[in-house]
Design a protein around this ligand. Structure first.
Ligand code: GDP
Ligand code: MG
Length: 352
């Protein structure tokens, strides 16, 4: 019988001269830079809360069309259905492919029953697509990843708290994706009002046991736990978005003119846009991608594969003819991997 290799950790050996394997990090970096990076971000919230404007502000590029109006009388053009806009942005040789998933304003109707369904369904469908590619016998070397890495959830700056529909949607979405809540259009509040509102919201998140990003992973080190604890005190970020450049003392700033003066969205004294951008892009981009795979997708994958296994064993149990079971298995396999895989995909989807 073949013995498994001894995997006990040996003591560290120092080579007598430079061998060169310390360049492995450079080799990985070169390969990753060549391949580029993929980040899928979804924006959710009522129409007109500044979702599209914020995404454009975050990446300092006009990536998606806003419903920006010149006159207040003009009607808001809300995003009619889920729309995915893809762009590749480049910074110092690093290519980042961003998919922006702009969702229709939810909760805009009189009856909002199930209005979050298309959003929930979209996130799950991306998990199904990934699983199908992963299970394919002829896998591509790199599976295209459309899984939603981050959901930016926009809260209306009403000063009172979450609406019942917000709680429902936050609960549903945080079970399947990394959700980062933000207080939209925070220029409509004073700093004191904003802070008071933030405390109300943080209490509500705790009361409703909402499992928002960042999660506590076992393999985080002490520093990462510390950063996460600090971030949890700031969340939800009170943000202001703007794509407009305004001239102030001869300097161009990105901001908004309000009754109380000019808001520079990149000034920490004015709003928390910079905190959000640093958090999402400079420090947590990789973690958002990794936790989507390790927590949310893994949960989905586990439950669907178990369901699939139970489904096939209950079918084979009820079938006494061995040859017909084999042909049934072949049929199931064909169903999963061919274009007409609807029945099997729906069983992956529904866990039936
Ligand atoms: P969406 O429907 O949520 O995507 O909202 P849009 O991004 O299209 O913005 C709707 C309107 O709100 C536009 O006129 C924006 O210029 C404006 N807007 C966006 N962000 C802010 C903000 O932070 N503060 C204020 N006061 N207005 C904003
Ligand atoms: Mg929009």
């Amino acid at each position: 019988m073949i013995q498994p290799p001894d995997t006990t950790i040996p003591h560290v050996v120092q080579p007598n001269f430079h061998v060169g394997f310390d360049s492995i990090t450079k080799q990985i970096e070169k390969r990753l830079l060549k391949r580029g990076f993929q980040f899928n971000i979804m924006v959710v919230g009522q129409s007109g809360l500044g979702k599209t404007t914020l995404v454009n502000s975050l990446f300092a590029s006009h990536l998606a069309a806003t419903s920006g109006r010149v006159n207040p009388e003009e009607k808001l053009i809300s995003t009619p259905k889920i729309k995915v806009v893809s762009h590749t942005i480049e910074e110092n040789g690093v290519h980042l492919k961003i998919n922006i998933i702009d969702t229709p304003g939810y909760g805009d109707q009189i009856n909002n029953e199930g209005c979050w369904d298309p959003i929930h369904k979209y996130i799950k469908e991306q998990h199904v697509l990934y699983l199908r590619q992963e299970l394919n016998a002829q896998r591509k070397p790199h599976i295209s990843d459309t899984r939603v890495h981050c959901v930016l959830f926009f809260i209306q700056p009403n000063g009172h708290g979450l609406k019942p529909i917000d709680i429902t949607v936050l609960k549903k979405l945080s079970e399947i994706a990394n959700v980062v809540p933000v207080i939209a259009k925070s220029d409509s509040m004073t700093i004191a009002e904003r802070e008071a509102f933030k405390i109300i919201l943080q209490k509500e998140f705790a009361y409703h046991q909402l499992c928002l990003y960042p999660n506590n992973l076992e393999d985080y080190d002490e520093e990462e736990h510390h950063v996460n604890a600090r971030i949890r005190q700031i969340i939800p970020f009170a943000i202001v978005g703007s794509e407009k450049l305004i001239s102030v003392d001869g300097k161009q700033i990105r901001g908004r003119k309000t009754r109380c003066g000019i808001i520079d969205i990149e000034d920490e004294a004015h709003c928390e846009f910079l905190h959000l951008r640093n958090f999402l892009i400079s420090t947590r981009l990789q973690d958002l991608i990794e936790t989507t795979a390790l927590i949310h997708y893994e949960k989905f994958r586990f439950s669907r594969l178990i369901a699939l296994k139970e489904n096939s064993s209950s079918k084979s149990g009820s079938n006494t003819n061995g040859s017909s079971t084999a042909s049934q298995n072949q049929k199931q396999h064909r169903q999963l991997f061919t274009a007409g895989a609807a029945p099997m995909v729906s069983s992956i989807n529904n866990g039936t």
